[in-house]
Design a protein around this ligand. Sequence first.
Ligand code: 5GP
Length: 123
Amino acid sequence: MAYTYDPTNIFARILRGEIPNKTVMETPHTLVFHDIHPQAPVHVLAVPKGAYVTFDHFAAEASAEEMVDFHRTVAKVCEILGLAGPDGYRAISNAGAHGMQEVPHYHLHILGGRVLGRLVERD
Ligand code: 5GP
């Protein structure tokens, strides 16, 4: 699969420091920041710094170092934000038109702080 990355997307601009963000945690390969339109009491976005469009792009082409950094950072953020306990959270990633992805830079939504309802609306 050939992935085409658009470097003008809003998260690329955030990663370049062109647009401000409310950072939760930053590492050499990962940035986690608060979503500008939170859908839950806690709603953050974990973004790898590399130019990956979707989850499957990241999973297919990121280095082991990037992948470990990303997932360990998500684990630390869950701990920091109080999500790692029994109440839990939801981690989701939208891809493409069917996934209704708005920003074409891979990101993991991490939502918590309330019961989140069903994963997908039923028709
Ligand atoms: P997607 O639909 O691509 O999975 O989600 C994109 C998310 O990015 C949305 O939840 C939206 O609120 C968030 N978002 C869009 N633009 C900005 C921005 O400039 N700053 C921040 N912090 N979040 C943004």
